[in-house]
Design a protein around this ligand. Structure first.
Ligand code: 5GP
Length: 303
């Protein structure tokens, strides 16, 4: 008796599971879930069995325009069987498939990608403070870490403030095409934006801030469709001089050199999509966030 009862209950559960799975597939196809979020969630054993039990094949085929042939090609490349489930992938398979899913975003969901926001402005204008204000309040905004040939300053950490590299290593990055842009800044050291991490963050739907110089900003504007360029201006040139002296992180010749660059950069602010005056960190930070969220380039949402 009990046995029969269990069998009935199990079969009911099976029917219910299939119904939920069908419902979830429908939602996936309708674009109601972010694919990469579903993929990442499925790794967690606490996630709904409906999600974890979804076949990888079905998961990929939920992308409109992504048919059986393309799905098979992806699965072959990453060595995953079509019957594998999202929750049952091995670590290697998961990593490889995640890369493939992210790459699909560029083609199939360009409008779900993050926004690339270029912030430039003279040394001492307070870009760093404004960027920290934004990233500490808005988790969808992250800042890219540049590579530089400049020596590390006290308190700076590798991979957090910069990737500190030798001139030869920097040259190799250029040669491999690994930099989205690069420039010699203040007539001295080379600085550049690593391409791979920026692309991956955009694919994940994050808004990526590049805090770079005016030359780099121009390169990015040319190279990346939909990039938003914002110039951060000081309330006045005097305010900039005061801030640079008060900061006291540069030697006197270095400070002079930075002021010369600043004058030149200030003249080029009209080349940017927007100018934000940093008269208060909160106001400047909020303006940048508002611009990034409001002014999505219509070109970026087409495709
Ligand atoms: P600092 O030496 O004070 O850290 O930075 C000097 C300047 O280099 C900053 O004004 C910053 O905008 C610029 N910079 C930092 N990283 C990059 C980068 O990746 N590319 C370009 N073009 N400029 C950068």
């Amino acid at each position: 008796m009990t046995k029969d009862f269990d069998a009935v209950a199990a079969s009911r559960r099976g029917v219910e599971m299939r119904r939920l799975r069908a419902e979830f597939k429908k939602q996936l196809r309708a674009g109601e879930h972010r694919l990469i979020t579903v993929f990442d969630d499925a790794e967690d054993p606490r996630t709904d069995p409906v999600v974890r039990g979804l076949r990888v094949e079905w998961f990929l085929r939920s992308i409109p325009g992504f048919g059986a042939t393309k799905t098979r090609a992806v699965l072959d490349r990453v060595g995953v069987s079509p019957t594998a489930t999202l929750g049952g992938l091995r670590v290697r398979q998961r990593a490889a498939l995640r890369g493939e899913v992210l790459a699909l975003y560029r083609r199939y969901f360009p409008h779900q990608r993050g926004r690339l926001i270029v912030l430039a402005g003279p040394s001492g204008v307070g870009k760093g403070t404004v960027v920290s204000w934004i990233t500490s309040r808005f988790p969808h905004f992250v800042v890219s870490v540049s590579a530089t040939t400049r020596p590390r300053r006290p308190g700076e950490r590798e991979g957090e403030h910069y990737y500190f590299v030798s001139p030869a290593e920097f040259q190799a990055l250029i040669a491999r095409g690994d930099l989205l842009e690069w420039a010699v800044v203040h007539g001295e050291h080379r600085y550049g934006t690593p391409r791979g991490p920026v692309e991956a963050l955009l694919d994940e739907g994050r808004n990526v801030i590049l805090e770079i110089d005016v030359q780099g900003a121009k390169q990015v504007k040319r190279a990346v469709k939909g990039a938003l360029t914002i110039f951060i201006a000081p309330p006045s040139f005097e305010a900039l001089e005061d801030r640079l002296s008060a900061r006291g992180t540069e030697s006197e010749p270095e400070r002079k050199r930075r002021l010369v660059t600043a004058e030149r950069e200030l003249r080029r602010q009209k080349e940017f999509d927007y100018v934000v005056v940093n008269d208060s960190v909160e106001r400047a930070g909020q303006s940048i966030v508002d611009l990034a969220l409001a002014s999505r380039d219509p070109q970026a949402t087409k495709e």
